[in-house]
Design a protein. Structure first.
Length: 172
């Protein structure tokens, strides 16, 4: 992959998170109060069970450490726009899916540094190099929490403009 593409990837992620934020209102999170059991089941499944299933697959298949670490990285990634779209097509509770996506994305500032550090130390212990949980947390904040918050703020401050432009900045 070219250096330019690698430089643009964080900007693309920040833009995606910003658009997620423009589709959210504080009232969207009230669905968590209405469906707390469904929310917590989704949260536990996504943050705990998906990585545990990935770990079980790794233990059963015994791939090389780099592949094992990569599988774990993928399992740590929060759901996103695709899960919301599939929920919509399945006639599921889209508001709950969006709230779960928002909360898990915001939690990733805490969960990803911890989980990535644990996985790196376990699977890559014989490899050279190291990672910093603090640096990962700071990057996650800059690429997820900040853009989502700015998107929500933009929707709040410029509601009419954001709603008119919603087909450009959001899939909602």
């Amino acid at each position: 992959m070219s250096g330019t593409a690698l430089a643009l990837l964080p900007l693309a992620l920040a833009y995606i998170m910003f658009t997620l934020g423009t589709g959210l209102k504080p009232s969207d999170f009230k669905v968590i109060v209405n469906y707390p059991k469904a929310f917590f089941v989704g949260l536990v499944n996504q943050v705990i069970f998906v990585p545990l299933i990935a770990l079980a697959v790794i233990l059963a298949m015994a791939p090389p450490p780099e592949i094992a670490f990569g599988i774990m990285l993928i399992s740590f990634c929060p759901g996103g726009v695709t899960s919301n779209m599939l929920t919509y097509y399945a006639k599921g509770n889209v508001a709950l899916s969006v709230a779960l996506t928002g909360v898990v994305s915001l939690l990733s500032v805490i969960t990803l540094p911890i989980l990535i550090t644990l996985a790196f130390n376990h699977f890559m212990q014989d490899q050279t190099g190291s990672i910093s949980a603090v640096k990962i947390g700071a990057v996650m904040f800059l690429l997820t929490t900040l853009p989502v918050t700015l998107g929500m703020l933009a929707r709040y401050k410029f509601t009419d403009f954001m709603v008119r432009r919603s087909s450009i900045v959001s899939s909602k």
